[in-house]
Ligand binder design. Structure first.
Ligand SMILES: [Zn+2]
Ligand SMILES: [Zn+2]
Length: 453
């Protein structure tokens, strides 16, 4: 009853609203055409286009840090703490900003959300809501100018240019209503300046100072140098991960998988997988791949801090992989020479075949006429056997009557086809007509005569 009520409400295709005024261009090109783009950054305008606050953070602060580090001895405890806090604050971005808030790939308890919001502030990459909005646009408009770190703008732009220069245009529209309703996200936004000061500077300095009396080392190494390293490695997700590596799941866009990127980004380097399956809490799906962020989220689930870890259907993941593998196989297939198509071969009567075999070395096998002239001297079974069958039907002899030839021999034989015997092919079984190398082939739907409609 309900189904029939629904069916009667269905609109026939000819009456679909808006069908007559379908946009003639994509949303992206439409928006970009109406957008006021800033001029390209050049030698005569770069200082006007710079975002000076971020320039100070990304360029001036690191320079100061290197000079300060040169004059500050590094204690062993401080070095260990710097590395540990690098991992912790980095995870604030990878497990927090990225996989929790931008992609909602798992649910976090309030405790975990506050911890991640604090650690993310220690990485000083902007408030959660700002970062997640940009990142959602990056996924939705990948490789276009509505993507804030559009990989087509080059390595410099994706690594640091997009941070230190004013955006060239507003990035694409994305839905962040879930984040606006998240009280931890909004709390972090309100408290951001104080949180940054405490999480990025006071906390790491105080741990080293109160812990083993190294206040200066704590400030220079655990606070500043650690921050410089976090900034540079995190930026590699936008630059390196769209530049080096391979594309095992899809190659429509620029994201790539690479171990090196994974090693320096706490596991975010399996970026080809990530762009295909962004709501999956994993970036690496194999047990041997390096993805400490995935391990942390899994661990948080085990201790009750996280739940509802999302994974994409293995069946669909493998479909993507198979598609890419088939494409590679198709490329290999196209590099080889194959027998002439049946439609391209002339149809020859038995009488004509016999008469032509008087002047050419023609042999009929499985309904095909083969020219074996250049093979007479190379036949492993000897020239005499071949000559004996010229002008005759050697099907039985080839397929076991005299010698049961190898698959390689059958493949080679098919390359010597020059004609089809009239009425001959239908009398032979498939394995005699089709050479083994062509029984299984990679073919496009169009080639199989199957339309998508
Ligand atoms: Zn990306
Ligand atoms: Zn992402």
């Amino acid at each position: 009853m309900v189904a029939s009520a629904l069916l009667t409400k269905l609109v026939p295709p000819s009456e679909f609203p808006g069908q007559d005024n379908e946009p003639s261009e994509s949303y992206i090109s439409y928006v970009l055409r109406h957008e006021n783009l800033r001029p390209p950054v050049a030698w005569n305008n770069w200082w006007r286009e710079l975002h000076w606050g971020r320039f100070t953070l990304m360029i001036i602060m690191p320079l100061y840090t290197f000079i300060a580090a040169y004059y500050t001895p590094l204690q062993r405890e401080t070095a260990v703490w710097m590395v540990a806090f690098y991992f912790l604050s980095g995870m604030g971005i990878t497990a927090g900003h990225h996989r929790l808030w931008a992609h909602r790939s798992y649910n976090a308890s309030a405790t975990l959300e506050y911890i991640l919001a604090f650690l993310a502030a220690a990485s000083v990459m902007g408030p959660i809501i700002w970062w997640a909005r940009g990142h959602r646009a990056h996924h939705r408009y990948t490789d276009t100018d509505l993507d804030p770190y559009n990989a087509r703008r080059g390595l410099f732009w994706t690594h640091i240019g997009w941070v230190i220069f004013k955006p060239r245009c507003k990035h694409g529209i994305v839905d962040i209503s879930d984040l606006k309703n998240n009280h931890v996200v909004m709390w972090q936004l309100r408290q951001y300046p104080w949180l940054v000061l405490v999480a990025a500077v006071v906390f790491p300095t105080a741990v080293a100072g109160l812990g083993w009396g190294d206040w200066k080392g704590g400030f220079v190494y655990a606070a500043l140098l650690r921050l410089v390293i976090v900034h540079q490695t995190a930026s590699c997700v936008n630059s390196l991960a769209h530049w080096i590596g391979h594309t095992p799941f899809d190659d429509k866009h620029s994201p790539r998988d690479h171990l090196l990127t994974a090693l320096i980004t706490l596991g975010e380097g399996y970026h080809n997988f990530h762009h295909q399956f962004p709501m999956d809490y994993r970036n690496a799906i194999r047990w041997y791949q390096y993805d400490p962020t995935k391990w942390l989220i899994w661990l948080c689930q085990k201790v009750g801090l996280a739940s509802h870890l999302k994974t994409f259907s293995d069946n669909e993941i493998r479909k993507g992989e198979l598609t890419m593998e088939l494409r590679q196989l198709r490329k290999k297939q196209d590099e080889l020479n194959w027998p002439s198509q049946n439609n391209d071969l002339p149809v020859v009567s038995w009488a004509s075949y016999q008469s032509q075999a008087q002047s050419r070395s023609l042999i009929c096998i499985a309904g095909f006429i083969h020219d074996v002239e250049d093979f007479l001297g190379e036949h492993p079974g000897g020239r005499r056997l071949l000559v004996k069958h010229i002008g005759k039907d050697a099907t039985a002899a080839f397929f076991g009557g005299i010698y049961d030839h190898s698959h390689a021999a059958h493949n080679l034989l098919a390359m010597k086809r020059v004609g089809i015997l009239q009425g001959g092919v239908p009398h032979c079984s498939e394995e005699k007509v089709i050479p083994p190398s062509q029984l299984l082939r990679v073919a496009h739907m169009n080639e199989l005569g199957i339309s998508s409609h």
